[in-house]
Design a protein around this ligand. Structure first.
Ligand code: ADP
Ligand code: MG
Length: 476
C-alpha cells in the first residue's frame, strides 16, 4: 500500500514529467525520495546541496505549481539534504538529520571534498534562495592585483585576468589559461583574479585549488565511493581556479572527471581559470578533448620580466615589508637574478635576514656575497646587461649610447670592453653579444675581443681599467 507522501509525490512526478525533458527528469527528479507528509508539508530528500540549489534555481515554479495542485494553497515543500563533512575542516558544521530519515542517511551518507554546510532546508517557498553553501575560497590575500606589478612580461595575462574578474563567465576568456615558467607569477595572478571576483561579486562561489589537491580529492572520493558528490560539489562552483593543470598529464581518470566538470561549468556560464607551466600545444599526456577545450578561451603567457619590472617588483616588496635598501643593491639583485621572480624575492628576503642577524648594513658587498651563496647551485652567470651597466658606470657613459650604433671613440672602446667581458663571462653566442651591443655582427665581437686582448698586453693604463672592471663585475 502506498503511503500518503509517496502518493502525493507520485502525482507530482506525473505533472513534472510532462513539463521537463526526459533527461532532466531522470537527472533531477528520479533521484528524489519522498520522506513524509505532515501538516500539508511534503518532505523530499535530495542527494546534495548542489541538487537542492539546482532545483530551486530551475524548477521552483514548476514544483510550486504541482505542490499547490496536490496539497492546495496551504501546501508546502521541505527539502532534506544529506551531507556530512569527512574532510578535514577548519569550520565545523552540524548535520541536521530529520529523525524519520536516520537509516536512509546512514546508508547514503556522503562526504564533501571541502567545507560545506549541511542542513535541512525548510519551506523554500517562503525564503527561496536564502540558504547558500559556504565554500572557503582558499585564496591568499597577499596575492592581490594590487601586489602584482604590471610589466610587458605580464600585460596580456594581467588584463585578461582583470576582464575576467569584472565579468566572470561573461567574457570570451573562458577558460582563461595562464601559462609560463617557474616563479613567473602564475599562482599569484590566479589568486588575484579570485580575490578580485570576490570583491566585485561577493555572492559568487569562488574556489582556488591546485591540480594536485583536486586529484587527491578525486582519488579519495573514488575510494569512498562518492564520486557523485565530488562532481556535484565542483559543479556548483561559480569560478573554478585550478593551478598547474600540467599535473593532470597521464592521469586519465582525473582528466575524465575534470572534463565533465569543465563542460558543466562552461555550459552553465561559469568561469574557469587554469594555469600551466606550458602552453596547451606542449602538454604531453593530456587528452585531446581536454586540450581542445583549453584552447576555447584565451591562453596568455607570463614571460621573464624585464630589468625595469624586476626593479619595480623589488621596490614593491620592499615597500610592503617596510624596508629601504640602497639603490645599487636593488639594481644588483635585479641585474643578477633574471629568470625567476620567486628567486628574486628570496634573495631580497635572505639579504634582509642576513643583515639583521649579523647587524650589518646592507651593502653591495653583502649583496654580492649573499647572491653567490643563494644562487650557487643554479650555475649562475653574469648577464650581458649587468656587464654593460658596470662598464658604463665605470666610464660614466649612459648605457643607451653603448647600445647605440655610435662610433664615438670612447663609446667604441667601452663597447668593446663590454663585448670582451660578455664573451668571457657569459655563455652567450658572439651573435647575441653583438645584438646586445649596438646591433653588431659576430665578426665585430670577435674583433673587439682581439683588440681588448692586445691592449691589455700593450697598454698599462688600459690593463688597469680591465682589472678594476674585473673586480667590479666579479661576484664573490
Ligand atoms: P608561479 O606560480 O608561476 O611559479 P608564483 O605566482 O608563485 O609563480 O610567483 C612567485 C613569486 O613571485 C610570488 O611570491 C609572487 O608574489 C611573486 N611575483 C610574481 N610575479 C609578480 C609580479 N608581477 N609582481 C609582484 N610579485 C610577483
Ligand atoms: Mg605556481
Amino acid at each position: 500500500m502506498t503511503k500518503p507522501h509517496e502518493k502525493v509525490w507520485k502525482n507530482c512526478l506525473e505533472v513534472i514529467k510532462d513539463n521537463v525533458s526526459l533527461q532532466s527528469y531522470k537527472t533531477w527528479f528520479e533521484p528524489i525520495i519522498p520522506i513524509k507528509l505532515k501538516d500539508n508539508v511534503l518532505t523530499i530528500q535530495v542527494p546534495s546541496q548542489f541538487f537542492y540549489e539546482w532545483l530551486e534555481e530551475h524548477y521552483i515554479t514548476l514544483l510550486k505549481k504541482t505542490i499547490k495542485k496536490e496539497l492546495g494553497s496551504e501546501g508546502k515543500l521541505e527539502y532534506s539534504i544529506i551531507m556530512e563533512n569527512n574532510f578535514s575542516s577548519t569550520k565545523p558544521y552540524t548535520v541536521k538529520i530529520p529523525t524519520t530519515n536516520r537509516n536512509a542517511v546512514k546508508n547514503r551518507s556522503v562526504s564533501m571534498p571541502l567545507d560545506i554546510g549541511s542542513k535541512t532546508i525548510k519551506n523554500p517557498f517562503i525564503i527561496p534562495g536564502l540558504k547558500k553553501v559556504i565554500v572557503d575560497s582558499q585564496l591568499n590575500p597577499n596575492y592581490s592585483f594590487e601586489n602584482f606589478v604590471e610589466g610587458d612580461c605580464n600585460r596580456l595575462a594581467r588584463s585578461a585576468g582583470f576582464a575576467v574578474a569584472s565579468k566572470p563567465g561573461g567574457t570570451a576568456f573562458n577558460p582563461l589559461l595562464i601559462y609560463g615558467g617557474v616563479g613567473l607569477g602564475k599562482t599569484h595572478l590566479a589568486h588575484a583574479i579570485g580575490i578580485e571576483i570576490k570583491n566585485n561579486h561577493p555572492g559568487k562561489t569562488v574556489l582556488y585549488v591546485s591540480s594536485e589537491k583536486f586529484t587527491h580529492q578525486f582519488i579519495e572520493a573514488v575510494r569512498n565511493n562518492n564520486q557523485n558528490d565530488f562532481v556535484h560539489f565542483y559543479q556548483m562552483i561559480d569560478v573554478l581556479i585550478i593551478d598547474d593543470v600540467q599535473f593532470f598529464a597521464g592521469k586519465e581518470k582525473t582528466q575524465d572527471v575534470f572534463f565533465h566538470i569543465f563542460n558543466h561549468l562552461h555550459q552553465t556560464g561559469k568561469q574557469l581559470v587554469l594555469t600551466s607551466d606550458k602552453p596547451p600545444v606542449e602538454m604531453q599526456g593530456m587528452e585531446q578533448r581536454l586540450l581542445s577545450r583549453f584552447k576555447w578561451g584565451l591562453s596568455a603567457d607570463l614571460q621573464v620580466p624585464s630589468l625595469e619590472t624586476r626593479i619595480a617588483i623589488l621596490e614593491k616588496k620592499m615597500y610592503t615589508e617596510g624596508i629601504d635598501l640602497p639603490k645599487e643593491v636593488v639594481e644588483y639583485l635585479a641585474y643578477s637574478i633574471t629568470t625567476n621572480i620567486r628567486e628574486l624575492e628570496g634573495a631580497l628576503i635572505s639579504l634582509i635576514a642576513q643583515s639583521s642577524l649579523n647587524k650589518k648594513a646592507i651593502t653591495l658587498e653583502l649583496a654580492k656575497q649573499m647572491i653567490d651563496k643563494f644562487v650557487k647551485n643554479t650555475a649562475r652567470e653574469v648577464s650581458i646587461d649587468y656587464i654593460q651597466k658596470v662598464v658604463c658606470d665605470y666610464f660614466d657613459l649612459p648605457i643607451e649610447l653603448l647600445k647605440s650604433k655610435t662610433r664615438k671613440r670612447e663609446v667604441v672602446q667601452a663597447r668593446q670592453i663590454a663585448m670582451f667581458f660578455a664573451k668571457q663571462l657569459t655563455k652567450s653566442s658572439l651573435a647575441s653579444i653583438g645584438a646586445h651591443c649596438g646591433g653588431k655582427d659576430h665578426a665585430t665581437v670577435l674583433h673587439a675581443c682581439k683588440t681588448v686582448n692586445n691592449l691589455i698586453d700593450t697598454d698599462k693604463r688600459f690593463r688597469g681599467y680591465i682589472e678594476d672592471l674585473e673586480k667590479k663585475i666579479a661576484i664573490q
